[in-house]
Write a protein that binds this ligand. Structure first.
Ligand SMILES: [Zn+2]
Length: 166
């Protein structure tokens, strides 16, 4: 039954936690830091404040938040801000794990938010350039924390540079 075994492999890439306390300490720490970063979001248009935090292979923490603009297409997501910051400040270090959280303005409670497709594409290329996958944690729906083994698991059959140059 090839079909079933393939499906099983797919599901192993994701874990759901119904309580944040079920997550490992490093993940909880990253979520906490992503929440702090969300307070630095510039989101006067969407009022949707997003924070992202990554931990690097030596324990260094880097955070980012979404940054909007009156020219809407120029808005950039927290995930890309944190990745580009990490790549610039710590080019030799590898990203081990990322957490992303969001909340609406003046809402203390987190809003479920998963990474957009554009960020998944960028996150996936970071795995290629550092030759290592990294875990991604986000709030999928109320009381459902999703932990993915890799960014690529969020974007199956992703377009990569070997599509450009064989
Ligand atoms: Zn995005």
């Amino acid at each position: 039954m090839k079909h079933h075994s393939k499906n099983f492999t797919f599901m192993k890439e994701f874990e759901i936690f119904h309580d944040i306390e079920e997550l490992d300490n490093e993940s909880k720490y990253l979520i906490h830091k992503a929440k702090e970063a969300a307070s630095h979001a510039y989101a006067p248009y969407s009022k949707f404040h997003v924070g992202a935090a990554v931990i690097l292979d030596d324990g260094t923490l880097v955070t980012g938040s979404n940054q909007e603009n009156a020219s809407y297409p120029l808005c950039i997501c927290a995930e890309r801000v944190v990745l580009y910051t990490a790549a610039t400040q710590y080019p030799e270090k590898k990203i081990m794990k990322m957490a992303v959280v969001a909340h609406r303005k003046n809402h203390k409670e987190l809003s479920p938010a998963t990474c957009c497709g554009a960020c998944r594409q960028v996150m996936s290329e970071f795995e290629v350039r550092q030759n290592k996958s990294f875990e991604v944690i986000m709030l999928k729906s109320k009381n459902e924390w999703l932990k993915c083994v890799s960014a690529e698991s969020l974007l199956p059959y992703v377009f990569k540079r070997n599509n450009l140059h064989e």
